[in-house]
Design a protein around this ligand. Structure first.
Ligand SMILES: Nc1ncnc2c1ncn2[C@@H]1O[C@H](COP(=O)(O)OP(=O)(O)OP(=O)(O)O)[C@@H](O)[C@H]1O
Ligand SMILES: [Mg+2]
Length: 217
């Protein structure tokens, strides 16, 4: 059985590609064969990043491939333990296809209502299309240090009927620098930042396992 995670959002620049790369790194470090399907054929963020990673000789080596359609990306699933679908923003058809195919649908979001609202609108739209709310999870991304703001954002999402993953990725230039160097956000030069990102990654893995166990039962 392959774990399929979909990273989606309506808004651009919320952290889909960063989280896709983080999860690929963590799956591979855990011994799972993994592929990122880069579905943003225009930007190819993950594909370019994989090039930087290979160039810099960062290990473990990660597999990224660009796909024009979700269908062709899914054809890869049987060959891997985990397939991560990195979607493009403002693409309602593609987003729905990713959400339908994925075991876990992750919507990254910032803490402000400007970010939270479009995330919830998207989640509602996916549910309307038949995607179970149980497999939709929000990931707090580019959070500020404010505990109060963080709690308010989590409450907003919970009240809207959605699950929020444990952990969050704070705003930090060190995450950006790591990414520039072909590293994942669990591979920065700072242990505390890596641990923080790891907590979010672990939460995604736990959720994924829980959902698959429920499917099997
Ligand atoms: N922790 C962080 N703090 C600050 N900036 C960050 C952090 N993580 C990532 N970024 C930056 O945020 C931007 C968006 O991140 P990312 O590419 O992961 O989002 P995305 O949702 O995939 O975007 P798009 O919708 O364009 O595909 C990038 O410029 C990235 O370098
Ligand atoms: Mg992206």
């Amino acid at each position: 059985m392959t774990y399929i995670i979909g990273m989606v959002s309506q808004k651009g620049g919320v952290g889909k590609s960063t989280l896709a790369r983080m999860m690929a790194r963590e799956f591979v470090a855990g011994g799972l064969t993994t592929k990122i399907a880069d579905l943003d054929t225009q930007q190819q963020t993950c594909t370019h990043w994989a090039g930087r990673r290979a160039e810099a000789g960062v290990t473990p080596e990660l597999q990224v491939q660009s796909f024009a359609t979700v269908k062709t990306a899914l054809a890869e699933a049987p060959r891997f333990d985990a397939l991560i679908l990195d979607g493009k923003p403002n693409a309602s058809d593609q987003t729905a296809e990713i959400a339908e195919a994925a075991d876990l649908v992750v919507i990254p979001t910032g803490q402000t209502v400007d970010d939270l609202h479009p995330g919830v609108v998207l989640a509602h739209a996916l549910r309307k299309k038949g995607v179970s709310s149980e497999k939709i999870a929000f990931a707090m991304f580019k959070t500020t240090g404010s505990e109060r703001e963080n709690a308010a954002a989590r409450q907003y999402l919970t009240e809207a009927g959605y699950m929020v993953l444990d952990g969050d990725v704070g705003v930090s230039t060190a995450y950006g620098s790591a990414s520039d160097a072909g590293k994942a956000i669990t591979e920065t030069s700072f242990r505390t930042l890596n641990q923080r990102a790891s907590k979010l990654a672990q939460s995604m893995i736990d959720k994924m396992v829980e959902l698959q166990e429920r499917q099997v039962a």
